[in-house]
Design a protein around this ligand. Structure first.
Ligand code: NAP
Length: 257
């Protein structure tokens, strides 16, 4: 008889796709879902780093599969979802994590930077949600977790494309939830706070900004990738079946300040 925790939070028999999971937050969330019992598909653009994650997961007995695809290319996103569903014939969990950031003041922000950020962080997320949603709606069940940001709520500094894309991810999460929550598909988002990954390397390296940021975090530390483990397993599991359209900040208390 499975334990209470296994019944509520266990992911045995589920297949999860985490986009952008060769490193950083995506890698940590893929590992967490796998440890909770899911078979996982990892994604990124670089096959070598993806194969390293699959080898690591396989070495601890986890069934894992790599699919290289560029979330900035709609055709590639469609292929990724088709291959992910075909791997075991079903896809139960989609974590839309792949995301990029370009830091330049708004007046100098180039079309290329704007387009690159919007195409990965917003177009890619919608295309993946639509493809996964069609599959999940037909089965009457599924969990979609979009990775938002504190810049879903705040405007940020010198990252206008990123802030616009993450604000839109919040609204997309609510829009999809409104259509799909009654049909067995939960759509929620996680808004990570300031986390130590390559995405925030420039902020970590800037002594002034890094000190400003730290002084505003009630938990008194930057987040680590592992800090998202509990939230992603919760939102991917049956424990969150009545939660939909929610944006869960995992931010050391930042939003409360
Ligand atoms: P990261 O360390 O830079 O990792 C990004 C991951 O996404 C990598 O696996 C990267 O692999 C992949 N990726 C990038 N562009 C891609 C593309 N076009 N197609 C497919 N995969 C792509 O970033 P992170 O900090 O873990 O961020 C992950 C997510 O959390 C992002 O959506 C980010 O906006 C969000 N977030 C981060 C923070 C933070 O403080 N770190 C805070 C709030 C939100 P390849 O380069 O090999 O493709």
């Amino acid at each position: 008889m499975p334990s209470y925790l296994d019944q509520k939070f266990g992911l045995h028999g589920k297949v999860a796709l985490v986009t952008g999971s060769s490193k950083g937050l995506g890698r940590a969330m893929a590992l967490a879902l796998a440890r909770a019992g899911a078979d996982v598909i990892v994604n990124g653009r670089d096959p070598t780093s993806l194969n390293a994650v699959v080898a690591e997961l396989s070495s601890i007995g986890i069934r894992a599969h790599a699919i290289a695809a560029d979330l900035g290319q709609r055709v590639d996103v469609e292929r990724l979802l088709a291959e992910a569903i075909a791997w075991q014939g079903h896809l139960d969990i989609l974590v839309n994590n792949a995301g990029i950031i370009r830091r330049t003041p708004a007046a100098e922000h180039s079309d290329a930077d704007w387009d690159a950020v919007l195409s990965v962080n917003l177009d890619g997320v919608f295309t993946a949600c639509r493809a996964a949603g069609r599959h999940m709606l037909a089965r009457g069940s599924g969990k979609i977790v979009n990775i938002a940001s504190l810049l879903t709520f705040f405007g940020g500094i010198t990252v206008p494309g990123y802030a616009a894309s993450k604000g839109a991810v919040g609204q997309l999460t609510r829009a999809l939830s409104n259509e799909w929550a009654g049909r067995g598909v939960n759509v929620n988002a996680i808004a990570p706070g300031y986390m130590r990954t390559d995405n925030t390397a420039a902020l970590q390296a800037d002594p002034v900004r890094s000190k400003e940021i730290l002084s505003r975090i009630p938990a008194n530390r930057w987040g680590e990738p592992g800090d998202l483990e509990g939230a992603v397993v919760f939102l991917a599991s049956g424990a969150s079946d009545y939660l939909s359209g929610h944006i869960l900040a995992v931010d050391g208390g930042w939003c409360g300040r």
